[in-house]
Ligand binder design. Structure first.
Ligand SMILES: *Cc1c(COP(=O)(O)O)cnc(C)c1O
Length: 418
């Protein structure tokens, strides 16, 4: 492969600048605080800091907590904060606030919805998932089968074999819409229809969907869903996760984690558990007001945003990155589908030295991440990324590879978090 000629480079740059100039989302970049000298392609792992969040959190901490103290539960509306945040997330995932609740981690929410779904199919014993699913989903499903005993089991298939693996023994299918490693995307609506055709229920993990592109849970007929607050939703490290229950199941769901916040009357302090009406029963304990406040503030960055435009720009950024990287770095193997409908909002490449390459790239100002065994992952977040950022990232990646900047011992030493 030949080196890009100078005039070609100039054309590429002019094209990226023109795309930025015409970008209908360009004004939204000011809604975020981005560090100087960094191109951030990891918003799919930890979203960036929304602008003004620090000041608003100072108010929550010093005025609401510091001055209102316990009165804040009523005066500052803390007790209703989960519902307010749920309303904002519901709008992003294609449902109403009455079907979403916010709190706990995604892992715990997997347990909550899986156990709830199994109780709706008492005559079936199989949980079906994808072998390539994010491990915590599989670990929690496995743990639940061991807890339940009675012949419950977790079966695994892959995207290619998933449809045929759904049979009349399957109670619940637990799938992540977008594969965290490859970016490959399931057709949620078609797969849900297929699952229902076999009498099973569908749980969708939206960790790499919510805030990344339009999601239509109600229209897709999903039964349950879960998703992360700290990835595309920018809620901050370890932000509370969300959970969805389709309206038609709300009154039949029996929560396994029957905590007092999901009780019909928590402050009646009765001995017996009586689930709250509707989605409220999926709450467990006291809501984490500080982290929920941060997520609540962060979600304002989506106010007025047309998610269809986000999707369109995300695909343009993915296309641009793929074209530039394939042209400049032929030793990297694309693992993300080229077809727009078949992928989420990330681009991944494979290389045996992927870990060291990513460390060198980060040292040179481009932050992506590495996923074992050999995947370099780049998340596309259209609200704050520019076409010129994508071009610059590809140029730096090319330099890291051509000059073998990654070939140093220090870049091979794995950190605790990759
Ligand atoms: C990020 C992610 C999780 C994370 O779960 P936590 O409980 O927040 O650690 C779970 N599932 C998928 C598919 C993810 O991508």
């Amino acid at each position: 492969m030949s080196v890009a000629k100078p005039n070609q480079n100039a054309d590429t740059m002019a094209n990226a600048q023109e795309s930025d100039r015409l970008d209908p989302l360009k004004a939204y970049r000011s809604r975020f605080t981005l560090p100087e000298g960094v191109i951030y392609l990891d918003g799919n792992s930890l979203g960036v800091l929304p602008a003004g969040l620090g000041d608003r959190m100072r108010d929550v901490i010093e005025h609401q907590w510091g001055e209102r103290l316990v009165r804040g539960w009523n005066d500052a509306g803390w007790i209703d904060l989960p519902s307010r945040v749920a309303g904002k997330i519901a709008a992003l995932v294609g449902t109403g606030a009455n079907c979403v609740t916010v709190g706990d981690s995604t892992s715990i929410n997997v347990f909550k919805v899986l156990s709830a779904a199994l109780s709706l199919r008492p005559d079936r014993r199989v949980i079906l998932s994808d072998r390539n699913n994010f491990p915590t989903d599989l670990y929690v499903a496995d743990g639940l089968t061991r807890l339940l005993g009675q012949g419950y089991e977790l079966k695994l298939a892959t995207a290619d074999t998933m449809e045929e693996a759904v049979d009349e023994t399957v109670a619940v299918v637990l799938l992540t819409e977008v594969d965290y490693r490859t970016g490959e995307r399931y057709d949620m609506e078609a797969m849900t229809k297929h699952i229902h055709g076999k009498g099973a229920l569908a749980i969708w993990d939206l960790c790499h969907s919510a805030g990344a592109f339009p999601v239509h849970l109600d229209a897709a007929g999903a039964d349950f869903a879960i998703g992360c607050g700290y990835k595309y939703l920018n809620g901050g490290p370890g932000a509370p996760a969300f959970l969805y229950v389709a309206e038609r199941h709300l009154e039949d769901v029996a929560p396994a984690l029957s905590g007092w916040m999901g009780h019909d009357a928590p402050f009646a302090f009765t001995t017996d558990y009586r689930p709250a009406d509707g989605i409220g029963r999926m709450k467990v304990g006291t809501p984490p007001i500080l982290s929920l406040s941060a997520l609540n503030i962060a979600l304002d960055a989506f106010e007025g945003v047309d998610m269809a435009l986000v999707r369109q720009k995300s695909q343009e950024l993915c296309d641009r990155f793929i074209a530039e990287v394939e042209h400049r770095c032929p030793e990297l193997e694309l693992v993300t589908p080229r077809v727009h409908e078949q992928r989420g909002s990330q681009v991944s490449f494979r290389h045996p030295e992927g870990y060291a390459i990513m460390q060198a790239l980060i040292a040179n100002g481009v932050i992506g991440d590495f996923r074992a065994p050999d995947i370099l992952r780049f998340g596309m977040t259209p609200l704050y990324l520019r076409h010129t950022d994508i071009l610059a990232a590809a140029e730096i990646l090319e330099r890291v590879l051509r000059q073998k900047l990654w070939d140093r011992e220090e870049y091979r030493t794995r950190a605790k978090v990759t």
